[in-house]
Ligand binder design. Structure first.
Ligand SMILES: NC(=O)c1ccc[n+]([C@@H]2O[C@H](COP(=O)([O-])OP(=O)(O)OC[C@H]3O[C@@H](n4cnc5c(N)ncnc54)[C@H](O)[C@@H]3O)[C@@H](O)[C@H]2O)c1
Length: 250
C-alpha cells in the first residue's frame, strides 16, 4: 500500500469521475493529493471522505480552473505550502461535446481547446519548476482514444486530445534531463458523468465497438495512471497508454 509513499500529487478535475477514482487510489498508496477542480463542493466532499478514512489530512481541495494561469500558480503554491512540494501532476480535467466540424461554433471550439489543450500546457508549465525542486516527477496527461482516431463528430475534442498526445511527447523530451517523465493515457468509453450526454442505448452502442464490448469503470483507467505516477515506471516517458478494451485494436 506504499507505492506512492511520501509523494504529493495534484489531480486536475479531481473531484469526480476518473479524477476522483485516482484520488482514492493515490491516497490508498500513501500519496497526499490536492484535489483541484472548478466543482468546489464536490472536491471538498471527496477530500473530507478520504481524510476521514485516513484519520489525517491526506487530501486538500483547491479551486482550479485549468484555463487560468493564476489558478495554476495558486494550486502549485498550495501543494508546496501545505504538503511540502509536488511530485505528480495528473492533467485530467476535460470537457466534451459531440459536434462535428460544421456544427461547431467559435465559442464552443475555444471552450474545449482552452480546457483540454491549453489547460494541459498551463498545468505542465507551472508544475515543472516545483518538480525540479524535488529532483524530478511524473506528469500524466489524460488524452482519449479520440486523440488517436477519428469518430466523425466531436471535432474540437478530437483536435484537443490529439494535441495532448504530442504535447506529451515533446514535454517528455524537454524534461527528461530534469528527471520528469511525461506520458499520455488514452481511455476508451468510461462510465463517468462525462458520458451522461449520451442516452444509455447510445452509450452501449459506442462501447460495443470495442472487442470487450463494455464501458470501463473509472478505476480501470486509474490503475494505469497510478502505475505511471509511481517510480515503477522509472524508464517510461513520452509513451501513450491505451485503456480501451481493444477499441483501437480493430
Ligand atoms: N469518460 C470517458 O468515456 C472518457 C474517455 C476518454 C477520455 N476521457 C477523459 O478523461 C478525463 C476525465 O473525465 P471523466 O470521464 O472523469 O469526466 P467527468 O466529467 O466526470 O470529469 C471531468 C472533471 O473535469 C473537471 N473540469 C471541467 N472543466 C474544468 C476546468 N476548466 N478546470 C478544472 N476542472 C475542470 C470537471 O469539473 C470534472 O470534475 C477527461 O480529460 C476526459 O476528456 C473520458
Amino acid at each position: 500500500m506504499d507505492r506512492l509513499k511520501g509523494k504529493v500529487a495534484l489531480i486536475s478535475g479531481g473531484a469526480r469521475g476518473q479524477g476522483a477514482a485516482e484520488t482514492r487510489l493515490f491516497v490508498n498508496e500513501g500519496a497526499r493529493v490536492v484535489v483541484a477542480d472548478v466543482l468546489d463542493a464536490e472536491a471538498r466532499q471527496l477530500a473530507d471522505e478520504v481524510n476521514k478514512k485516513a484519520g489525517t489530512k491526506v487530501a486538500l481541495p483547491v479551486h482550479l480552473d485549468v484555463t487560468r494561469a493564476g489558478d495554476w500558480r495558486a494550486a502549485v503554491d498550495t501543494c508546496e505550502r501545505e504538503f511540502g512540494g509536488l511530485d505528480i501532476l495528473v492533467n485530467n480535467a476535460g470537457i466534451l461535446n459531440v459536434k462535428g466540424v460544421s456544427d461547431t461554433n467559435e465559442e464552443e471550439w475555444d471552450a474545449i481547446i482552452n480546457v483540454n489543450q491549453k489547460g494541459v500546457w498551463l498545468g505542465t508549465k507551472f508544475a515543472v519548476p516545483a518538480m525540479k525542486k524535488r529532483g524530478g516527477g511524473s506528469i500524466v496527461n489524460i488524452s482519449s482514444i479520440y486523440g488517436l482516431i477519428g469518430s466523425g463528430g466531436s471535432a474540437a475534442y478530437h483536435a484537443s486530445k490529439g494535441a495532448v498526445r504530442l504535447l506529451t511527447k515533446t514535454a517528455a523530451v524537454e524534461y527528461a534531463p530534469d528527471h520528469i517523465r511525461v506520458n499520455s493515457v488514452h481511455p476508451g468509453v468510461i462510465k463517468t458523468p462525462m458520458v451522461d450526454i449520451f442516452a444509455e442505448k447510445e452509450l452501449d452502442a459506442i462501447a460495443a465497438l470495442a472487442p470487450m464490448k463494455r464501458a470501463a469503470h473509472p478505476e480501470e483507467v486509474g490503475y494505469v495512471v497510478l502505475f505511471l505516477a509511481t517510480d515503477e515506471a522509472s524508464f517510461v516517458t513520452g509513451a501513450e497508454y491505451v485503456v480501451d478494451g481493444g477499441y483501437t485494436a480493430v
